[in-house]
Design a protein around this ligand. Structure first.
Ligand code: ATP
Ligand code: MG
Length: 251
C-alpha cells in the first residue's frame, strides 16, 4: 500500500528525514515510533503530498507522491492534532461539507455518518457546534472527517494526544479495526504502549533515520530488551538525549 525509498528532507540545515525507506502492506497498521523531533510528522507530510522530498521517492496506494499528488490525496485520510474545524458548523455540517468536497452524495454522506457514529461514538458532537467542543470531541470529528470517503490509507499523527481514556479507546479501537484487504494505516506516536497494542510492525525513527523495524517481538529481540521501551533505549544506543526526550514526553 505504501513504499518509501530513500526519503530525505531538510529544513534550514536540519536533516529532518534522512534516507528513510519502508513499506506498508495491505491489512497492516504500521507504526512510526520516535521521540520529539525524530522526523515522524515530516515523513507523513511527504507521504501526504504536503511536502516535496529533497531526495527519494514514495508511492501511496500505487500513486507517486510527487507526480500523482491528486491521486494520492484522493486515496488518503490524514488525522493530526492541529486541524481546525469551523466553529459555527455542527459536527454533521462539517462532515457534509467535507463529504461534498470528496464528491459524495448527501444520502451517502448520511449513511457514512451513521456508520461512523457507531464506530466512534460521535453522539451529541454531531448536533453541536464545533466551537464548543472539548478536545476529545474535536478529535473524534477530525477522525470521522478523515475517513468519511473510506480511503484505502489513513495517516494518524499523535492522534490520541489530549484525549481522555474513553475517547482514546474509541480512536484506538477504530484504528485497529480499519485495515483489511486493500487498506492500511500508518500510526505515528511516541507512546510505546500504543505501538505495542496497535501495530503489526513498526519502524523506530531517531534523528530522521530508521534505527530498527519489525514486529513488536522482533523489535524487542533486536534491542535485546525486556519490553519495547527497554529495547527502544538500547536501540538508540543508550543516547541520553533520546532517553530524556521520551521520559519527558511520557511523564
Ligand atoms: N517546517 C519546518 N521548518 C523548520 N524545521 C522543521 C519544520 N518541520 C520540522 N522541522 C524540524 O525537523 C525535525 C523533525 O521534525 P518532525 O516534526 O518531523 O518530528 P516529529 O518526530 O514529528 O516530532 P514530534 O514528536 O515532536 O511531533 C525537527 O528538528 C524539527 O524542528
Ligand atoms: Mg510530530
Amino acid at each position: 500500500m505504501i513504499a518509501a525509498h530513500g526519503i530525505c528532507k531538510a529544513f534550514d540545515g536540519v536533516q529532518a528525514v534522512d534516507d528513510l525507506s519502508f513499506e506498508v502492506a495491505s491489512g497492516e497498521v504500521y507504526g512510526l515510533l520516535g521521540p520529539n523531533g525524530a522526523g515522524k510528522t515530516t515523513t507523513l507530510r511527504v507521504l501526504a503530498t504536503l511536502l516535496t522530498p529533497d531526495r527519494g521517492s514514495a508511492t501511496v496506494a500505487g500513486h507517486d507522491v510527487v507526480r500523482e499528488g491528486e491521486a494520492v490525496r484522493r486515496s488518503i485520510g490524514v488525522v493530526n492534532g492541529g486541524m481546525g474545524l469551523y466553529d459555527r458548523l455542527t459536527g454533521r455540517e462539517v462532515l457534509h461539507y467535507f463529504g461534498r468536497l470528496y464528491g459524495m452524495q448527501p444520502a451517502a454522506i448520511d449513511a457514512r455518518i451513521a456508520q461512523l457514529d457507531e464506530l466512534l461514538e460521535l453522539g451529541d458532537t454531531l448536533g453541536r457546534r464545533a466551537g464548543g467542543y472539548s478536545s476529545g470531541m474535536k478529535q473524534k470529528i477530525v477522525v470521522a472527517r478523515a475517513v468519511l470517503h473510506d480511503p484505502p490509507v489513513i495517516f494518524f499523527d499523535e492522534a490520541t494526544s489530549g484525549l481522555d481514556v474513553v475517547a482514546r479507546r474509541a480512536v484506538l479501537d477504530f484504528v485497529r479495526s480499519y485495515p483489511s484487504e486493500g487498506r492500511a494505516v500508518v500510526y505515528s506516536t511516541h507512546v510505546m504502549s500504543e505501538v505495542e497494542e496497535l501495530c503489526d510492525r513498526a519502524c523506530i525513527i531517531y534523528r530522521g533515520r530508521k534505527i530498527a523495524e519489525g514486529s513488536i517481538a522482533e523489535l524487542i529481540a533486536e534491542g535485546h530488551g525486556d519490553d519495547l521501551e527497554d529495547a527502544f533505549f538500547r536501540l538508540v544506543g543508550g543516547d541520553r538525549g533520546a532517553r530524556d526526550e521520551i521520559a519527558g514526553v511520557e511523564a
